[in-house]
Design a protein around this ligand. Structure first.
Ligand code: PEP
Ligand code: MN
Length: 337
């Protein structure tokens, strides 16, 4: 249910409504919009009708939320959410570009990557220190040493750090270094991990699972939101289809569909979505044209020798040229980059 507070309501009336909802065993989620303050009441087994709240002072309406994604949906929050990543807004008119290598490999590699992507206009640096690899024999990441390298790259360039969490047990360590916790496609439905990052007060970049429907994906976001973390960035990164010519099929339908259903910012990862560096440019341009709020792009100073995902990584010079093109596409759809 959502309880819509009337235009002239007082803070006291709002607090009284919140107390009443909590007494009934619901958890309360507040959305203070520009026009309306909405109180979301979620998840009680108590079937006491919330409609009774209609009688309380300051309340304008009590409306059921029809969609299963109670907090991720536009019913709860009409305006788009702008997530503040240490002063960088995501979801506003400016498109954000997160770029960097798939994995942190050594200090030189990550610093070189950071300098290059910063010079080209990226605002956040990506790089995995904990890698979810298909093979247990493949490079698994440098773990805390890798996080320290990311920290050094941030100290030099000011870029915010986006890095993946693969296990709840690593959360405390990641919270020390990351500005954004990335949940990878393979963990999109790892509910214990989603709840854990939901309890953390740190923005989360939640990638779509490669076989997750939009419904399942929004419910994954709902796990984080229901724990009180509203700073969730969605990221389409390709789904599994019958097609084998590309690594995954980048589902750009997901961009306008998610923007319609949800208030959360929507990013696109054209690197994993295609698996080929040649396709990264065209699909980045298409993603911005489709309304994406940002991109996550793999860039490596020496893709041929990358320890992971070299085939889909751009060289810095190519990334720089792409950013120029993207500025023009952004302008054409009334955005900046
Ligand atoms: C990555 O960003 O390097 C990654 C592993 O992505 P995904 O989880 O989308 O496969
Ligand atoms: Mn990768």
């Amino acid at each position: 249910m959502i309880i819509v507070m009337g235009p002239g309501h007082t803070e006291e009336q709002l607090q009284a409504v919140i107390r009443r909802i909590e007494e009934m065993g619901y958890s309360v989620h507040l959305s203070r919009g520009v026009e309306r303050t909405i109180v979301g009441a979620v998840g009680s087994k108590d079937k006491t009708p919330l409609h009774a709240l209609q009688q309380m002072e300051g309340v304008e309406a009590v409306i059921p939320i029809l969609r299963p994604w109670k907090l991720a949906g536009r019913e709860f929050k009409r305006e788009g959410t702008v997530v503040d990543v240490e002063g960088v807004p995501v979801g506003g008119p400016k498109i954000v570009v997160i770029a960097g290598p798939c994995s942190v490999e050594n200090e030189k590699q990550i610093i070189e990557s950071a300098r290059a992507v910063k010079a080209a206009g990226a605002v956040m640096l990506r790089g995995g220190a904990y890698k979810p690899r298909t093979s247990p024999y493949a490079f698994q990441g440098l773990e805390e040493d890798g996080l320290k390298m990311l920290q050094a790259a941030k100290a030099e360039t000011g870029l915010k750090i986006v890095t993946e969490i693969v296990s709840v047990t690593d959360l405390d360590i990641l919270l020390k270094y990351a500005d954004v916790l990335q949940i990878g496609a393979r963990n999109c439905q790892n509910y214990a991990l989603l709840r854990a990052v939901g309890q953390a007060r740190k923005p989360v970049l939640l990638k779509r699972g490669m076989s997750a429907t939009i419904h399942e994906y929004l419910m994954a976001a709902e796990y984080c939101l229901s724990e009180g973390n509203y700073d969730i960035l969605l990221c389409e990164r390709g789904i599994r289809t019958f097609e084998t010519e590309t690594r995954f099929t980048l589902d750009l339908n997901a961009v306008p569909v998610l923007k319609h259903l949800s208030h959360l910012p929507v990013l696109v990862d054209p690197s994993h979505g295609t698996g080929h560096w040649r396709l990264v440019g065209p699909m980045s341009r298409a993603a911005i044209a489709a309304g994406a709020d940002g991109l996550e792009i793999e860039v490596h100073p020496d893709p041929a020798n990358a320890l992971s995902d070299g085939a889909q990584s751009l060289r810095p010079a190519k990334f720089e040229r792409l950013m120029e093109e993207l500025r023009r596409v952004a302008e054409a759809v009334d955005r900046t980059l």
